[in-house]
Design a protein around this ligand. Structure first.
Ligand SMILES: Cc1ncc(COP(=O)(O)O)c(C=O)c1O
Length: 434
């Protein structure tokens, strides 16, 4: 069910708030996040790391791409989390949410000169640089500002993370990082560039990684590179150990944080470096759900459908990756209620707007509430307005309190940025206009 969500007296609650109360106040579809579940996920990982010496030198930088709502970032920031950002927009969100610049790492394969300049000016902790041209631009930008930019080269270890192909980032054919074989050359080149502190190495192997073996293989390659570079006179003192720990969507068994911490101690502990981790999904994924209402059951067909008011524009993971989300009724079915297979689909005009095929559910009627579980990561952040559907709102629950942390835009707000070119404008020309 995901920590923070449970049935009480036949109704699904988010912490101490019944979901029908949120649906009545905000409408559906709506994302609902459980703040205490996020805190618990953070504390589980931070707690495991605190048991090993290397872990105590580690900063957890929350990968805000997973869920960049300001209230979510602040909830984790207040726990002591830093931020991992992939755009200047995410950087600004972190700063706005109160994460200090010196706890922010900038990742991403295509940072523009303007983005690099903004981050140098903000004084962030580290730039994870992914190419030679980016390194050269960063050096120029830092020199223009008279500052030194702290750099880690993101190397691609060519290790298969044994996760979905679409969320694998550390194999040689991925667009991410610098081939680990070429890394020493790049460090030598970087040494000649002004205004850079190239004392870091970063890597990221992929997301939703269940098995510790790919981490072990990748971090071993990273440790070997660090030793090689040190022998070549590079004072390597920072390691960014990317690769996203998995959560349970269905029956996955995620890697245990204690085993992960022990692995870090074992492989990179002896290097005595400052460490950074970039967890996203594992901190927020199971702490969120998408609450939706049934519009129509269309069950008089050979293949029955349940049409709900959430759609692929609100939660794209099933359409994008074939991802699986548990779907549960908010009113707990009585024991023994028969279930039947049904395709759960949204109203968007695309056949791919399908959340689940032949999912076994109890009978549901128009207006009934259902919840898509484990939707706290890569849910709202990937939402769009396709079919002129308003961006789905977000609600944060904290114990018995809840608040709308992003409202549903009105139609006027949705079209506010659009305008007619003068040749299509029907309005009478203003007096005095030519
Ligand atoms: C560079 C980087 N950091 C962090 C993350 C977050 O990963 P996850 O949400 O699996 O923890 C990703 C995801 O792909 C990434 O590419």
């Amino acid at each position: 069910m995901g920590e923070g969500f449970q049935y009480r007296d036949g109704t699904l609650f988010a912490e101490d708030v019944p979901l029908p109360a949120i649906a009545a106040a905000v409408g559906t579809p709506v994302y609902v996040y459980a703040a205490n579940a996020m805190r618990a996920a953070y504390r589980r990982l931070a707690g495991a790391l605190a048991t090993v010496p290397a872990g105590r030198r580690t900063t957890l930088c929350y990968a805000v791409k997973a869920n960049s709502n300001l209230a979510v970032i602040r909830t984790l920031g207040r726990e002591g989390c830093g931020g991992d950002v992939v755009s200047v927009g995410e950087l600004r969100r972190c700063l706005m949410a109160g994460i200090p610049a010196d706890r922010i790492v900038f990742s991403g394969v295509g940072k523009t000169r303007a983005e690099l300049a903004a981050a140098v000016e903000a004084g962030i902790k580290q730039f994870n640089v992914e190419s030679l041209p980016e390194l050269e631009i960063l050096s120029q930008v830092a020199a223009e500002q008279g500052r030194v930019a702290p750099v880690a080269l993101r190397v691609n270890p060519d290790v298969d993370a044994l996760t979905l192909k679409q969320i694998t980032t550390g194999t040689r054919d991925a667009k991410f990082g610098i081939d680990i074989e070429r890394a020493p050359d790049l460090y030598r080149h970087a040494r000649a560039l002004p205004n850079l502190d190239c004392g870091g190495i970063a890597m990221h192997i992929g997301s939703q990684v269940t098995d510790l073996k790919p981490f072990r293989d990748a971090y071993q390659r990273l440790a070997d590179l660090a030793k090689l570079l040190r022998a070549d006179g590079f004072p390597i003192s920072r390691l960014d150990l990317g690769g996203g720990l998995a959560i349970t969507y269905r029956d996955e068994v995620p890697a245990d944080p204690d085993g992960f911490a022990a692995l870090i101690e074992d492989i990179v502990g002896p290097l005595d470096c400052e460490l950074m981790l970039e967890p996203g999904r594992v901190l927020v994924g199971n702490a969120g759900l998408l609450l939706s209402s049934v519009i129509y059951p269309k069950t008089d067909l050979a293949r029955p459908f349940l049409i709900v008011d959430a759609a692929m524009n609100d939660l794209i993971r099933p359409a994008l990756y074939g991802a699986w989300h548990a779907i549960v009724p908010v009113a707990e079915p009585r024991p023994g209620t028969p279930e039947a297979p049904v395709d759960v689909v949204g109203p968007v005009c695309e056949s791919t707007d399908c959340f689940a095929q032949a999912r076994h559910l109890p009978p549901l009627a128009s207006g009934d509430l259902v919840a898509f579980l484990s939707a706290g990561a890569y849910g709202a952040v990937m939402a769009g307005e396709y079919n002129t559907r308003p961006l789905v709102p977000e609600v944060l629950v904290d114990g018995a309190r809840f608040a709308v942390v992003r409202k549903r835009p009105t139609f006027a707000e949705m079209v506010a940025g659009e305008s007619m070119p003068d040749w299509l404008d029907d309005r009478p020309a203003a007096a005095g206009a030519p």
